[in-house]
Design a protein. Structure first.
Length: 235
């Protein structure tokens, strides 16, 4: 489905999933803006990757470049102040007593999308695009489709406007996410994702693998690596 004469706001972290979602939005919406968050994440190198990825998309995909508008970065350092997670504190990645990995940042996606809606109200962007997924994921409750559909209803009520939350990866595993990138932008986009995006929770940009850079040990790297292997074997 395409959305002519419509603007989207993409939650863009600089990782594999959000870059794929950005390509998805650029192939469908007339105008696209991007939004990143500085929340005191330990892997803040992802914020440094964002401008490079945006420049590469403009250079390699001129049709998308003409649709790609302003980029925004907002602070949500309240998540760092609350702390208690392996993404905001210098602690080892482990399972918590509640059965979730301690990489789960409580309320993060709920805050992200609510703040995105507020920015969207000022930017005339009522389509919000995020890379949340409950197929290949770590069990985060704020990535579930039910959660995000409920949040969409809350945002529509709270803003008195017709917002739509799009989650194009919701029912895709990581292999299918790599395949979607290939369908959207061919080998050029796949290579860009491999070389420039940051998924690793430790922000490792030194250790190179066939699927990209990362520590190769954290849950995010594990999902990305296994998905890439399945994608390549199916190609």
């Amino acid at each position: 489905m395409e959305f002519p004469n419509t603007k989207a706001l993409v939650l863009f972290s600089g990782g594999q999933d959000s870059t794929t979602c950005l390509a998805w939005a650029l192939s469908r919406f007339a105008s696209v803006e991007t939004l990143g968050f500085d929340y005191g994440q330990r892997h803040a190198v992802e914020l440094e990757a964002r401008p490079q990825i945006l420049s590469a998309l403009r250079a390699n995909f001129p049709a998308w470049g003409s649709r790609l508008g302003d980029d925004h970065v907002l602070s949500l350092d309240v998540l760092k102040q609350i702390g208690g997670t392996a993404l905001t504190d210098d602690v080892a990645i482990a399972m918590s007593a509640n059965g979730l990995p301690n990489t789960f940042v409580p309320g993060r996606n709920l805050l992200f999308l609510t703040v995105a809606a507020a920015l969207g109200a000022r930017r005339d962007a009522k389509h919000l695009v995020g890379g949340m997924c409950e197929t290949d994921f770590s069990g985060y409750p704020d990535c579930r489709n039910d959660t995000l559909q409920s949040l969409q209803n809350v945002i529509r009520l709270g803003f008195a406007d017709d917002y739509t939350i799009h989650t194009p990866l919701m029912w895709l595993d990581k292999a299918a996410t790599w395949k979607l990138a290939e369908e959207l932008g061919g080998k050029t986009l796949v290579d860009l994702i491999r070389e420039d995006t940051v998924t690793c929770y430790r922000g490792d940009r030194e250790s190179a693998h066939d699927w990209g850079y990362g520590c190769g040990e954290c849950p995010a790297c594990d999902l990305r690596a296994k998905g890439y292997a399945r994608f390549v074997s199916a190609s």
